[in-house]
Design a protein around this ligand. Sequence first.
Ligand SMILES: *[C@@H]1O[C@H](CO)[C@@H](O)[C@H](O)[C@H]1NC(C)=O
Ligand SMILES: *[C@@H]1O[C@H](CO)[C@@H](O)[C@H](O)[C@H]1NC(C)=O
Ligand SMILES: *[C@@H]1O[C@H](CO)[C@@H](O)[C@H](O)[C@H]1NC(C)=O
Length: 383
Amino acid sequence: MESLTIQAIGLVILVTLLLNPVFCLNNCNFPAIFNFGDSNSDTGGLSAAFGQAPPPNGETFFHTPAGRYSDGRLLIDLITERLGLPYLSPYLDSLGSNFSHGANFATAGSTIRPQNTTMAQSGYSPISLDVQFVQYLDFQRRAKIIRKQGFFKNLLPDEGYFSRALYTFDIGQNDLTAGYKLNMSTEQVKAYVPDLLGQFSNVIKYIYDRGGRSFWIHNTGPLGCLPYVMDRFLVTPAQIDKYGCASPFNEVAQYFNLRLKEAAMQLRKELPSAAITYVDIYTAKYYLISHAKKLGFEDPFLACCGHGGKYNYNRFNKCGSKKFVNGKEIILAKSCRNPSVRINWDGTHFTEAANKWIFDQIVDGSFSDPPFPLQFACHRMDH
Ligand SMILES: *[C@@H]1O[C@H](CO)[C@@H](O)[C@H](O)[C@H]1NC(C)=O
Ligand SMILES: *[C@@H]1O[C@H](CO)[C@@H](O)[C@H](O)[C@H]1NC(C)=O
Ligand SMILES: *[C@@H]1O[C@H](CO)[C@@H](O)[C@H](O)[C@H]1NC(C)=O
């Protein structure tokens, strides 16, 4: 009862703040974004380190491969656009990068915890969140020194940007599939989720210690609805939900998200000046997949770019894979005719059209805790 009253008061205050121009919150005017994550927000990190994502990735928007595993823009691109900032250069990219308004430390295949297998064995990126944090530290320290030298001044953020920036996170999905790849049961995967969140929270605290204040955290999506998961792991018919997704994997994702939300609450207590926004990407993505037709999309389980099988997904011939026959190149896994009506791009990632739909749901704060729009994510609920 008491907490309901508090919530009601909070809601009234919030509505007042948002509707009453006198009490209107200030736009945060974030001058930079520093992003950490996996392929959901990789703008070219893995490509810079281990080779470009092949065509037709990038075809819709960039008209060439652009380091992203999608036909076009990712959520992070739409976020930077909305904040009036340029697309993020990957920290690892040594060519043509401009970090004046931020940097992207994400790489496809990244996990929160370092894995005990090589990339060749398991496919996970060695640039796990702890490594991304070390790179961020190095970036912050050296940007200061190099700016003083003058020459690269216009390629690096102002020193003051580090405390005023938005720090964005989208990571965890690969930690969950990593356990299944080691033949763990759902119970065994759940058992290490607290460890994942302990390591995740530590990184937020370290960034806070170095001046970061605004954190925008995406929870993990419904991985049980992704062709690569349904294709890779054993799923019995009884485990398929009414929309066609594999329940055990979605349950694990929801369990991770529940603990992530708790971790965010705990961080708000421990970091008195931090604004921490938890964004429920899961619900937005699941709604999109379960209402695909109604929203104007085609079969949400059919990969646009792929090669055969039930989902047009074959893990041995992924999007863009080709073979040579008598010296002639043949593309095996091509794009579909109209990616703008598709949700799934390559079995694992979303199309630009899907990303745009998801972005439109989350940008105004409807899926956020606290429910502030993106531009206001520097404010704490209790301020
Ligand atoms: C890797 O091995 C170490 C040492 O046994 C263990 O503490 C750690 O949890 C393992 N990491 C993963 C991701 O399994
Ligand atoms: C880097 O990008 C910023 C913002 O777009 C721009 O003002 C600046 O001139 C760029 N730096 C260089 C060296 O091109
Ligand atoms: C998992 O089980 C499969 C099938 O029994 C086996 O082929 C594979 O080697 C196992 N993987 C690991 C990492 O134990």
